[in-house]
Design a protein around this ligand. Sequence first.
Ligand code: SAM
Length: 287
Amino acid sequence: MPFNPELWFTEKYSDFCGFTFKVKEVLHTEYSKLQRLDILDTYEFGRIMLLDGFIMFTQRDEFVYHEMITHLPLFAHKKPEAVLIIGGGDGGSAREVSRHTYLKRIDDVEIDEIVPKNSIEYTPFVGEGFKRENVNLIIGDGIEYVKNKSNMYDVVIVDSTDPFGPAEGLFNSEFYSNVKNILRDGGIVVAQAENAYYDAKWMMRSVNNMRKAFGRDKVTIYQAAIPTYPSGSWAFSIAWKGDEHPKDSFDEKRFNELDLKFKYYNPEIHKAAFVLPNYVREILESD
Ligand code: SAM
């Protein structure tokens, strides 16, 4: 066989297209009872975590996702004190939430212990989130964790894998009803909700099941530009228990007092993220 120094990875978006890039080195592969985990080092995007062959994050653009899934709901909430992250086993969401040092409780419920273990070792730029003293990592199923609990959290962040396997139940109406119960008055839930371009049906599964729990007028989506996620235009479904729409309830005073530095999030993007292209509006309104 001829010596071929090149190794390429492709994430398939459909049976007919995908996203391919050259791999420098496969740093680690491990199987748990739930999924396969790979850590790749790549020329274009730095280190990448794959779960079952899907990109979880890349070193180069993870900041977009982790800033937008955390700071938008946290600054939209009037006075958050307790935050629940479900999934988030890489630690990126925990890293960002823990920067809100006024929070009294940050719990991260991750179902598979190999994810945080390997993130801390191979991708410490996100794994560092579990080293923050105000972050409490719980290994468990987020579906079970929210059952039979009420009034515990102000913000719930569902940073899960795609709606298959262990994450499938994180997109259904029973789960969102339990999330509504575990949220205090004025609470907000945000979930990664795939994308409108390739996976509109999965996005709408999250939206419609949130609507069943929170009511149609208390659910919408916002988007962020994430180059290494399918379509580059990622959707987050958001639901709220209070009266004010999260795009309008931005807490400028707390934002200025915290004076955190961001690479993506800012007060203008907080509002602009809710402005949707016509084709996305049509999908949202069609169901
Ligand atoms: N940013 C990624 C994305 O948008 O696809 C998600 C990153 S994070 C690694 C996803 C995590 O969700 C994984 O570690 C997976 O083990 C976890 N997960 C899946 N189902 C879960 C469940 N039912 N309860 C808790 N964690 C779950």
